[in-house]
Design a protein around this ligand. Structure first.
Ligand code: SF4
Length: 83
């Protein structure tokens, strides 16, 4: 399955875990800003998408953004299958 070794390189190791589980939009933006300079941002986002992680900010994407990405992927697959 997915390796999680990359997590040790994440910027979030320098912040309290709750930073990435914000309760409001301001908190989401704070977390996303930290993610934007993270060396493992892409891997983090892919991990969250692949594992359908619902809560928290991962790879600079909010819960809502990840739902949108997954929905767009499903729609693209459905469109490709119907073509
Ligand atoms: S992208 Fe964000 S949540 Fe993911 S490892 Fe980096 S800092 Fe942590």
């Amino acid at each position: 399955m997915d390796s999680t070794n990359w997590m040790a390189e994440g910027n979030c190791n320098n912040h309290p875990p709750e930073t990435f589980f914000p309760s409001d939009g301001v908190g989401v933006e704070v977390a996303k800003k930290i993610c934007l300079t993270c060396p493992v941002q892409e891997r983090c986002l892919n991990y969250a998408l692949a594992n359908r992680i619902e809560h928290g900010v991962w790879g600079a994407a909010s819960e809502r953004q990840r739902r949108r990405i997954l929905k767009a992927r499903r729609q693209a697959l459905a469109a490709a299958a119907a073509a």
